[in-house]
Design a protein around this ligand. Structure first.
Ligand code: PHE
Length: 339
């Protein structure tokens, strides 16, 4: 029987056809009710138990081969059938949709580019950090709530190892290695233990900036941020600084920009205030300089930090933070022309 199957396999491989009718006859001959394959299955019943396994496999393979043969014959004949005047080979193909950068990348690159023009370098650091770089060296008192389990993701129950909650930790690493003048920004991912909603996410992106030199003043900070706001949102934008508190800056402020949607008149985006908060900033606390072996009697500096998602939300009027992480193509493709 195996020999017989081998012979049939040869016949099948060598078969060729020019028309669909020939293929149909071929199909009936092998796969039809009274066809060769059914005959083989009938004979199979009489095969001794010891050979059933191999013979069965051979028959099944043969069946596959026949089906493939029919498909390939039909596809070549099909091609010829359509190869007539109705086929316009000069028709352009379907358009290839270009990809788009993610809005967070677009905005991050833009922020980097704006500060690059002011001479800021880029620094990067680890996402898994220790308490010293994220909190202690930044003047967080030991009982500060930001160290609390509710805000910080700790790793392996060790309170000294954690996911950074801001990229200020990178600036500490720069201060450790370099003496002023320091002028750097640190873009990167940060992590906070928050419930995910339209306005909060447990992973987001920041760009923080640090400038330390002799005679750096609050006026320099304000002018730098005004320049940034104009470059980012347009020359018509106004800024306002509100007093605030951060452990690592003194004095500290939060910066608002005038609402671009209502032009300051008040709308639901700015909650009828005419202003939108975009970043935190301040003069580096002398304690932080001293912790990092920078002479605070000689040097002063400013720092600022902003959420990239927040800037992108304002720039593109995105109402729900979760859209940045879902990778829904209908959202992403809207940024095709952005850069
Ligand atoms: N590190 C602060 C935060 O994550 C932002 C900030 C940076 C504030 C620098 C002031 C100065 O919220």
């Amino acid at each position: 029987m195996l020999q017989n199957i081998e012979k049939i396999r040869l016949d099948v491989s060598q078969f060729s056809a020019d028309t669909k009718e020939e293929v149909e006859q071929f199909r009936i001959k092998y796969l039809g009710k009274k066809g060769i394959l059914n005959e083989l299955f009938r004979q199979f019943k009489a095969v001794p138990a010891g050979q059933k396994r191999e013979t069965g496999q051979q028959i099944n393979q043969l069946k596959l081969l026949i089906n493939e043969k029919i498909e390939s014959l039909l596809s070549t004949i099909g091609d010829e059938a359509t190869d007539d005047a109705s086929l316009d080979l000069s028709l352009p193909g379907p358009p290839l949709e270009p990809g788009a950068r993610h809005p967070i990348s677009i905005v991050r690159n833009e922020i980097i580019e704006i500060f690059g023009r002011l001479g800021y370098t880029i620094s990067e650091g680890p996402e898994i950090e220790d308490d010293w770089h994220v909190f202690s060296s930044l003047n967080f008192p030991p009982e500060h709530p930001a160290r609390d389990m509710q805000d910080t993701f700790f790793i392996e129950k060790d309170p000294d190892i954690l996911l950074r909650t801001h990229t200020s930790s990178v600036q500490v690493r720069v201060m450790e290695k370099e003496q002023p003048p320091i002028r750097t920004i640190s873009p990167g991912r940060v992590f906070r233990n928050e419930a995910i909603s339209a306005r909060a996410h447990c992973i987001f992106h920041q760009v923080e900036g640090l400038y330390i030199d002799e005679n750096v003043s609050f006026a320099d900070l304000k002018q730098t941020l005004l320049f940034f706001a104009h470059e980012m949102f347009g020359n018509g934008v106004e800024i306002r600084l509100r007093p605030s508190y951060f452990p690592f800056t003194e004095p500290s402020a939060e910066m608002d920009i005038s609402c671009q949607i209502c032009g300051g008149k008040g709308c639901n985006v700015c909650k009828y205030t005419g202003w939108l908060e975009i970043l935190g900033c301040g003069m580096v606390d002398p304690n932080v300089l001293e912790f990092n072996h920078i002479d605070s009697t000689r040097y002063t500096g400013f720092a600022f930090g902003m959420g990239i998602e927040r800037v992108a939300m304002l720039k593109y009027q995105v109402r729900d933070l979760r859209l940045y992480f879902e990778n829904d193509i209908r959202f992403l493709e809207q940024f095709r022309s952005a850069y």
